[in-house]
Design a protein around this ligand. Sequence first.
Ligand code: SF4
Length: 369
Amino acid sequence: MTSVVPFFFGYFWKMTNIFTKKLLAWFKKNHRPMPWKGEKNPYLVWLSEIILQQTRVAQGLPYFEKFKAAYPTITHLANAPEDEVLKLWEGLGYYSRARNLHFTAKDIRDNYAGVFPTQYEDILKLKGVGTYTAAAIASFAYDLPYAVLDGNVFRVLSRYFGIKEPIDTTTGKKVFTKLSQELLAKKRPADHNQAIMDFGATQCVPANPNCKVCPLVKTCVAHKDDLIRQLPIKSKKMKKRSRFFHYLIINHENQVWIRKRVEKDIWQGLYEFPLLETDKLLDRKQLERNADYQQLLSPASMINRISAPFSQQLTHQKINALFFEINIEKPLKNPPEGWINISREALEIYAFPRVIDLYLQDKSLYLNF
Ligand code: SF4
């Protein structure tokens, strides 16, 4: 640890002691009540942790309540159809979480007799469960001594101890894992883990941490050395890719076509309108000249309306979408495999990506070009 923490061992040891003691004292006074806090049912702990991955508490809370009401036990969740689970998840994003949640519920039903595993190593083997979630379940549900390490924890530790090792490298992860495990109050792992995450979420926040009233300010390296804005350090800049989607809303007598996304790509398992993807957004004429469009629809098809552009930001991609409302006089003779013909009213039964939901909710935005 001394190679990354620029202190004498004795001083470092003193800092770790101060850190854990003061953190727990802070937690006593700043406890934020949440429906899943203090929960000992591993199924509900797991459910809340999966919902809260990459999601703000305020956004995740109603989903936690909805899932808990719809599926009170892991067996209820396992027995539900996947489409129903995805529909309930609609609007929360990162749908692989919902698919993994459902897969894991079935795995536990079939391979663990419906009983959630009780050992960290077994929890870690579950699909969709990484080291952070396994530590959270093990400590919150079973009081096992495993320290959580998420974005909040990286930030708090890198600032307090002044660690300049990047948090997104293998070495960096090892350093922070070792440190967080050393700091853990072994007799109170659940409180400790909750405390450090709450501390990062409300006190040592990314921009403008509240150092003036921080109980750790006297020994905080980032505060002393003016490193708050630099820490934590990331080595890689994430590259974002832009994609351009043209959704065809092919109408015939109040019926439209949709399809399920089955490819290994974003939104697997969700539904969408027939899609043409190109390397830029096309206008009416460009779309009509597109070879894939011509293969799908006859020249007699009428593009009635074109939406304003809608967009959705994903972690590594920005989706730009236009919706083309097209009327056809006769039903499609040979729709591609997997296309489903449904009434417009039935659209609400299916789970769509957010960008399609936005369009369905706001059809006032049309362009005529
Ligand atoms: S003093 Fe500021 S930077 Fe240091 S731990 Fe406290 S809130 Fe975070």
